[in-house]
Design a protein around this ligand. Sequence first.
Ligand SMILES: Nc1ncnc2c1ncn2[C@@H]1O[C@H](COP(=O)(O)OP(=O)(O)OP(=O)(O)O)[C@@H](O)[C@H]1O
Length: 310
Amino acid sequence: MIRFEGVTKRYPGADRPAVAGLDLTVAEGTTCALIGPSGCGKSTTLRMVNRLVEPDGGRVLVGGRDVAETDPTSLRRGIGYVLQGVGLFPHRSVGQNVATVPGLLGWKRAAIAERVDAMLDLVGLDPTRYRDRRPAELSGGQRQRVGVARALAADPAILLMDEPFGAVDPVARDRLQEEIGAILRSLRKTVILVTHDLGEAMRMGDTVALMRDGCLAQAGPPERLLAAPADGFVENFLGGTRALRRLERLRVRDLASPEPAAPPLPAIAPEASVREALDRMLATGTTRLAAGSGTLTLDAVRDAARLPDA
Ligand SMILES: Nc1ncnc2c1ncn2[C@@H]1O[C@H](COP(=O)(O)OP(=O)(O)OP(=O)(O)O)[C@@H](O)[C@H]1O
């Protein structure tokens, strides 16, 4: 668990704090996406967890322990860190990059080699093909995968990700978000993710923490922000796509009625998102889809999209 208790940070010479009295808890095994306008204090918040930035007030607790009382070097070895553009060592091979922290921790060579291959496999890179390449010989998305493999290599309980997919093209980014999100969930990592991308925050965050001027505007599960924005700022930030974003998070099986559809209807997988179902309805000009053994109707989609205040 990561906990911020009344955390404040003012950089020298700044006229206002970068982070002001922040209270936020990231539960064990969950991902919290920090989002908000440029300069609202997201990176500063993240960097106080591994003591790259020291707070002026309040406490940051990792696993119940104040990080101020933990030696920064050992603290950082226990926390994975993924940055935009990754910061891989350019003159070292992919394998050597992934081996960095296990090497610093003094693991045996055979254990490191085994771990490197397992991590590359985990992030979808065939070790025999990629282990000996240099970072320059990879695509941006592949480099980002190596960055995640390196951050996970020593099996840290906590992962900090600062704009991890910012430098990746949009198509590769969508896949990375899905795949890396699934990996982090399956490994039950406790993650703080800083992002500018609202879709990424909604897709990867179990909770989304929206910041404004160093304070928390609203934090909660994505559905809650979408359904009940705390104020006009949150509503504006989420923009005009709230209804579609809600549909993206709903599964067809949750809305389909149990009555079977007549056979000639186009089909949609029950696990698909309702947003995909809506796309299918628009593309095929139908108001009903066969969803497993049931039926999904446009009326049900419309009801689900309707916001409580609409
Ligand atoms: N090392 C520093 N020295 C002085 N001021 C800083 C420093 N780092 C950040 N700031 C200032 O603190 C405020 C918060 O910065 P921070 O990088 O935490 O915001 P952010 O939300 O991550 O921004 P962005 O989305 O643009 O990356 C900004 O006003 C920034 O200019």
